[in-house]
Design a protein around this ligand. Structure first.
Ligand code: B16
Ligand code: MG
Length: 214
């Protein structure tokens, strides 16, 4: 049995990937770059500057580091405007129910999201008070698949990594969890998330009784 749960945000709790994609597409259009639909899956889980590099690779133009920073800031403004429309209705299947069950059982819950907007997102989703600790993406030096953000979350909860169960939708995230020495649950398909200790199709399938003492 485990003592705590650490959640990824995008793709596990809410489909913010769709807003990230729309914001990147808007920026791409402003630069005269066409971003095909299939770019959405390639962007999944990538941190902000890595996502920008992927988009700029579609163009021949050269951008300086300063220009890249301004472009990333611009995308973030588009993204912040888009997430203003988020409501508790945007919680992914099973997410609200699972958080509620964990809180009822007094199981501490942390967030390990690479997004610098994570706090604003969970606030909009109406679940901010469910989290005991939010790992600060601003302080993370090494992006997923490095274990740093999950280790930071465990430390914030004051729980040993081996006693944590963590949930991810991206292969790089599952790798971070495994490298952190935690039990990994992948939400998505077996083929993509085969490295996870357990793969489920959606949080609806997660049974709290199997992993936590009542
Ligand atoms: P921001 P997660 C990640 O969130 C997203 O999956 C990824 O698409 C995004 O680029 C990254 O956060 C950074 O987000 O630009 O808002 O700081 O999956 O780690 O919850
Ligand atoms: Mg994710």
């Amino acid at each position: 049995h485990f003592d705590a749960v650490i959640f990824d945000l995008d793709g596990v709790i809410a489909n913010t990937a769709k807003f990230h994609f729309l914001a990147w597409r808007q920026l791409a259009e402003e630069l005269g770059i066409h971003l095909p639909d299939e770019a959405e899956s390639r962007l999944k889980g990538l941190e902000r500057m890595a996502s920008l590099e992927l988009i700029l690779a579609e163009s021949d133009a050269h951008y300086s580091e300063t220009q890249k920073q301004l472009l990333a800031d611009k995308k973030n403004k588009h993204y912040c405007r888009l997430i203003e429309t988020l409501t508790p209705m945007d919680l992914l299947r099973g997410a609200g129910e699972l958080l509620e069950q964990l809180v009822i059982r007094d199981i501490p819950v942390a967030l390990a999201s690479a997004s610098k907007n994570a706090a604003a997102v969970i606030e909009r989703l109406g679940i901010a008070e469910r989290f005991t600790y939010i790992a600060d993406a601003n302080r993370v030096q090494n992006p997923k698949p490095d274990p740093e953000i999950f280790l930071m979350a465990a430390q914030g909860l004051n729980i040993a990594p081996a006693a944590c169960l963590a949930i991810e939708d991206a292969a790089a995230g599952v790798e971070s969890i495994n490298r952190a020495g935690m039990f990994s649950v992948g939400v998505g398909n077996q083929q993509e998330l085969g490295e996870a200790n357990k793969v489920i199709g959606s949080l609806n399938e997660f049974s709290v009784e199997d992993y936590f003492k009542s």
